[in-house]
Design a protein around this ligand. Structure first.
Ligand code: NAD
Ligand code: 022
Ligand code: ZN
Length: 375
C-alpha cells in the first residue's frame, strides 16, 4: 500500500517527504498506523552521516505511538485496534538475555535490526521498486510501519499519542536510568549533566523516587528554569565556576559529619566524554555511581585514573533506561495518565510531517526540548 514517509535518501541531505510502498505484516509482525513521532538526536546522528552504521536510503524515526491496523500469522499478544508504542529495544521474553533478568538488551532480532531489515532478512518498505532500509526496527517517520510483534508495547487507549510517543525513547530513557539502572533511593544526592530532553527526564525521575538534592549542570543558562520546572534543587553553569568544576560540585554535596563529599549518583546526558569523566569523579568515594546515558561520537574514548574506581566509584551505562519495553512502557504511560510524571511541557514544538526538517533544525539549534510530528 501507499504510505507517506520522510525518507533519508542519503547522508547529509534533508529528509524527502514522499509516498513510499509498504508491504503487509508477515508471520510474527504487525502493521501500525503511526499517529505521532518524536524527533530525537540519534535520528539526526544517522541522517548527518556521522553514524558509521547508518544505512541509506532508509525510513528513520524511533519515538512513535499508534494503532495496530493489521497482524500477520501467529501474532497473539496484540490485535487490530490496540494502541501501541514501538520499541527499538524489543522484549521477546525467551532469549538468553531476557531470561537472564540482568539486562534489557534482548537479542532475538538484534542482527537483522542492525542491518535495517525485518527478522526474515527483507524490508517491507520500498520506493520506486527499490527497498528502503528500516531504522532501529521502528521507522516511525512514516504514517504506517511494520514491526515485529516483540517490538511493540500495548498501552491504554485513553493516552494521547502526541504526548506518549515521547515514552518511546526520551522519557523512558531518563526515568528508567534513575529507577532501573541506578536504582536511586529516597534521600539520595544526584548530579545531572546536560539538561536537554534526557536530562530533564532524569530530573523528574529523581523527584519521583524522592532524591533530596538534585544538582543540574549545563553550559546553557536558559536550562536553569527548565531544570527547576521538573524538580532540580541546584543549578551549576560550568562557565560561571572559578577553578575546577569537580571539586566545586563535590563541595556542594558535603554535609554534616561527612566531609568527603561527592554525589551518590551522577548522570551524563551530554554524550561528551570530558563531561563523562567529570560525572564519574564527582561521585562519592566508596559508593558513588555514574551512569552514562549520552551517546558519544563514533570512536570516542573515556578516561579516568583507575584510583577513581579502586576507591569504589562505579561507571555504568544504560540503553533505553534499562527498561523492558513490553513490561515497563505501559506502566510509564499509566504514571503519565495518573499525573505522577509530566510530559506536556517538554513537547515544545509540534508539526505536520511536511515540516519535519524544521524539527531537525530546532533540535540542532538547541531551541526545542522535543519536537513531535503529528500525522
Ligand atoms: P540535548 O542536546 O537536548 O541536551 C544536551 C544538553 O547538554 C544541552 O542542554 C547542552 O547545553 C548540554 N551540554 C552540552 N555540553 C555540555 C557540557 N560540556 N557541560 C554541561 N552541559 C552540556 O540532548 P538530549 O536529547 O537530552 O540527549 C542527550 C544524550 O542522550 C544524547 O547523546 C542522546 O543521543 C543520548 N540518548 C541516549 C539514550 C540511551 O538509551 N542511552 C537514549 C536517548 C538519548
Ligand atoms: C536513542 N538512542 C540515542 C538517542 N535515542 C540510543 C542509541 C543507541 C542505543 C540506545 C539508545 C544503544 C545502546 C546499546 C545498543 N544500542 C546496542 C544494543 C545491542 O547491541 O543489543 C543500540 C540500539 C539499537 C540500535 C543500535 C544501537 C539499532 O537498532 N540500530 C538499542
Ligand atoms: Zn531517541
Amino acid at each position: 500500500m501507499d504510505v507517506r514517509a520522510a525518507v533519508a535518501l542519503e547522508a547529509g541531505k534533508p529528509l524527502e517527504i514522499t509516498t513510499v510502498q509498504l508491504d503487509g505484516p508477515q508471520a510474527g509482525e504487525v502493521m501500525v498506523e503511526i499517529k505521532a513521532t518524536g524527533i530525537c538526536h540519534t535520528d539526526e546522528f544517522t541522517l548527518s552521516g556521522a553514524d558509521p552504521e547508518g544505512l541509506f536510503p532508509a525510513v528513520l524515526g524511533h519515538e512513535g505511538a499508534g494503532v495496530v491496523v493489521d497482524v500477520g500469522p501467529g501474532v497473539t499478544s496484540v490485535k487490530t485496534g490496540d494502541h501501541v508504542i514501538p520499541l527499538y529495544t524489543p522484549e521477546c521474553r525467551t532469549c538468553p538475555s531476557c531470561l537472564s533478568r540482568k539486562t534489557n538488551l534482548c537479542t532475538a532480532i538484534r542482527a537483522t535490526q542492525g542491518q535495517g531489515l525485518m527478522p526474515d532478512g527483507s524490508s517491507r518498505f520500498s520506493l520506486e521498486g527499490k527497498p528502503l532500509f528500516h531504522y532501529m526496527g521502528t521507522s516511525t517517520f512514516a504514517n504506517y510501519t511494520v514491526l515485529p510483534e516483540i517490538a511493540v508495547a500495548k498501552i491504554r487507549e485513553d493516552a494521547p499519542f502526541d504526548k506518549v510517543c515521547y515514552i518511546g525513547c526520551g522519557v523512558t530513557t531518563g526515568i528508567g536510568a534513575v529507577i532501573n539502572t541506578a536504582q536511586v533511593e529516597p534521600g539520595a544526592k544526584a548530579i545531572v549533566f546536560g539538561l536537554g530532553g534526557i536530562g530533564l527526564n532524569v530530573i523528574q525521575g529523581l523527584r519521583l523516587v524522592g532524591a533530596e538534592m538534585i544538582i543540574g549542570v549545563d553550559i546553557n543558562p536558559a536550562k536553569k528554569e527548565w531544570g527547576e520546572r521538573f524538580g532540580m534543587t541546584h543549578f551549576v553553569n560550568p562557565n560561571d565556576v572559578e577553578g575546577d568544576l569537580v571539586p566545586y560540585l563535590v563541595d556542594m554535596t558535603k554535609k554534616g559529619a561527612d566531609q568527603i563529599g561527592g554525589a551518590d549518583y551522577t548522570f551524563d546526558c551530554t554524550g561528551n566524554v570530558t563531561v563523562m569523566r567529570q560525572a564519574l569523579e564527582a561521585c562519592h568515594r566508596g559508593w558513588g555511581q555514574s551512569i552514562i546515558i549520552g551517546v558519544a561520537p563514533a570512536g570516542a574514548e573515556i578516561a579516568t585514573r583507575p584510583f577513581q574506581l579502586v576507591t569504589g566509584r562505579v561507571w555504568k551505562g544504560t540503553a533505553f533506561g534499562g527498561a523492558r519495553g513490553r513490561t515497563d512502557v505501559p506502566r510509564i504511560v499509566d504514571w503519565y495518565m495518573d499525573g505522577r510524571i509530566e510530559i506536556d511541557p517538554m513537547i515544545t514544538h509540534t508539526m505536520p510531517l511536511t515540516d519535519i526538517n524544521n524539527g531537525f533544525d530546532l533540535m540542532h539549534a538547541g531551541e526545542s526540548i522535543r519536537s513531535v510530528v503529528v500525522y
